[in-house]
Design a protein around this ligand. Structure first.
Ligand code: AGP
Length: 609
């Protein structure tokens, strides 16, 4: 939700903080700030707006400081203003703190601190942290942090800097990510590895309850009062992977990366004879497999949409009931889950707090948990019983593209794996599907190559669109939901997805001349009904773009424009159909001159409830 950076070492800190913030701006971009220790005092610079505004405010006055912290914010408590920006200070301007998460009991703590004479400057929950540290500081910042976190309810990744400990940063985390980068005599804190890859590939991932102390001599990690060892992770992806690589936006780069990303997801997981999917990460006993009577998927946003595709294919091939739940809603029900339930949590970041809490609820009720994650060693990945990584590389654009397509890929793979393990399908039956699945990266490449230019042309006319509709049946409806979300979130065009058969139950009232409708038509059984729906829409003047196969002459005939997909088994169609919808959203946002990678009010990873 917010991005944190911290540095201790021999170098001038200011450029390191600014670069670290820029690399994490996608996590939050309504305000930013830094605090460095210079000439025996904390120098604080904060600004509403993007990091570029902060950079301008700092100007060339980088100073000589070699220790500091920085923060890029997505506002929760207190609107985005200079004063609400992080870092926050204690009463004496001696302790500076950055924080990602929400301190749920901040009002109670604030009242307690006010009674003790502390004076608050902002409306944020975070500001209780420097005041608590001030209250507990007795010459030992680490001890003060230990006491501080013992008072907190909620989630946090926080780093503190104290004027009296000029060579030290102290941090703590619970339910929000915090990474330590290990250099040679220099050390870093960040919310995301992407911010550190330029400096080091050796990283430590702090775990829940960890408190870390960092000096130029090294890093010490404590949990429950005792010093603990955390394994060093060697990060293999390149700096280039976290940069735009010649593309105008991260989103476009990530759309184009999808064939590669799918290849990464498939790598080492398909048997040589293509008759089986091999998921070595899953070690299910035959007894456990026989006991599963239900699958529950929990996720948010795009990952939830991937789950809807997963439900359709699993129910079809496994004949098991599958529930897909919006993670934030899941917490408000009494889910019917027990030891016979297999829970699948889908999350690109592995840090979405709604998904994390829903996963814990599943665990408490006895379910075994598979996490489908992209970010290595993220909280959800770590807490799940099994992890299937998508291996899609860093996804920087707020709008999820390659994460969705690789989540779909894993859901297909998991379904085929379970189909074989549960004896629902033989290797012979699976082979034609697995073989096509294995070749999907090429088909996605072909889809991008063939459709990008026509979509650009359609998008030029989208500047004037106010509303758009996406319709489909079955698997096509699941993908329509994702198409509508993509368009809304980056182009701000109001978009709705409907099961095509539902139109006549109300929505068709919204169809007026020229309103655009994306009609997804890949499922053959409901095709005649889709054609009727298109005709009904056109009778009311809609502009219909059909997304279909080249052999669907009737769809092509009735549509105003047709976008044709390379042929694959219709069961696998979602992996192709989403591509033109992503491109359409992208080019619509470009035509409207929107900020594609950092749409308003959003952040990449939602680590608050
Ligand atoms: C979609 O483009 C969004 N970025 C958003 O819906 C996202 O999928 C959702 O917040 C879940 O994130 P996660 O996969 O990191 O859990």
């Amino acid at each position: 939700m917010c991005g944190i950076i911290g540095y201790v070492g021999p170098r001038q800190v200011m450029p390191i903080l600014l670069e670290g913030l820029k690399a994490q701006e996608y996590r939050g971009y309504d305000s930013a700030g830094i605090a460095v220790l210079e000439d025996d005092a904390i120098r604080l610079i904060r600004s509403k707006g993007k990091i570029a505004v902060l950079e301008k405010k700092i100007g060339s006055a980088y100073g000589s400081a070699t220790i500091g912290i920085g923060h890029t914010r997505w506002a929760t408590h207190g609107s985005p203003t200079d004063t609400n920006s992080h870092p926050h200070l204690d009463c004496k301007n001696e302790i500076a703190v950055v924080h990602n998460g929400i301190i749920e009991n901040y009002l109670e703590l604030r009242n307690w601190l006010l009674k003790k004479g502390h004076v608050f400057a902002s409306q944020t929950d975070t500001e209780v942290l420097p005041h608590l540290l001030e209250e507990f500081y007795d010459g030992d910042l680490l001890a003060a942090m230990m006491q501080t976190v013992s008072k907190l309810h909620g989630s946090y990744a926080t780093v503190a800097l104290c004027k009296h400990d000029p060579q030290k940063l102290v941090a703590a985390r619970r339910d929000n990510p915090l990474i330590i980068g290990l250099g040679d005599g220099e050390y870093y804190f960040a919310s995301d590895m992407a911010a550190l890859i330029e400096y080091t590939r050796e990283m430590l991932i702090l775990q829940n309850g960890d408190i870390a102390e960092m000096t130029p001599d090294g890093v010490r990690v404590f949990n429950d009062g005792a010093e603990v060892e955390r394994q060093i992770q060697h990060i293999s992806w390149s700096k280039k992977a976290a940069q735009k690589g010649g593309y105008k936006h991260f989103m476009l780069k990530e759309i184009h990366e999808q064939p590669w990303a799918l290849g990464q997801t498939l790598k080492g997981r398909i048997a040589a004879d293509e008759k089986a999917v091999e998921l070595k990460e899953l070690e299910f006993s035959p007894e456990y497999l026989r006991s599963i009577d239900k699958v529950v998927m929990v996720a948010c946003g795009t990952a939830y949409h991937a789950g809807l595709v997963g439900k359709a294919i699993m129910e079809k091939l496994l004949r098991l009931p599958v529930d897909v739940e919006i993670a934030s809603e899941f917490q408000h029900k009494e889910p019917i889950i027990d030891q016979r339930t297999l829970a699948v949590v889908i999350s690109q970041s592995g840090e979405t707090i709604d998904s994390l809490y829903a996963m814990r609820e599943c665990r408490e009720r006895g379910a075994k948990i598979i996490a489908i994650c992209n970010v290595l060693d993220s909280t959800i990945a770590r807490e799940a019983d099994y992890v299937l990584y998508t291996w899609a590389g860093p996804e920087i654009a707020v709008a999820s593209t390659k994460a969705y397509i690789t989540q779909l890929m894993l859901l297909y793979m998991l379904t085929f794996y379970l189909a074989e393990q549960l004896g629902k399908m033989s290797g012979e039956q699976l082979q034609p599907l697995i073989s096509q699945l294995y070749r999907l990266p090429e088909k996605v490449e072909q889809t991008i190559t063939q459709l990008e230019a026509p979509i650009k042309r359609i998008a030029r006319g989208m500047k004037t669109w106010e509303d758009a509709f996406f319709i489909g049946r079955g698997l096509d409806y699941a993908v329509s939901l994702e198409g509508a979300l993509k368009l809304k979130e980056i182009s701000y065009i109001h978009a709705e997805a409907y099961a095509a058969g539902e139109l006549k139950h109300g929505t068709i009232a919204l169809i007026v001349p020229d309103v655009p409708v994306m009609a997804i038509c890949t499922q053959r059984e409901p095709m005649p009904r889709m054609i009727s729906n298109i005709v009904e829409l056109q009778a009311r003047g809609a502009f219909v773009v059909g997304v279909t196969w080249a052999d669907q002459k009737d769809v092509i005939k009735v549509s105003d424009k047709a976008l044709l997909l390379p042929e694959v088994d219709e069961l696998l169609a979602p992996i192709l159909t989403v591509v033109p919808l992503q491109l359409l959203a992208y080019y619509a946002a470009v035509a409207k001159k929107c900020n594609v990678d950092q749409p308003r009010n959003l952040a990449k990873s939602v680590t608050v409830l």
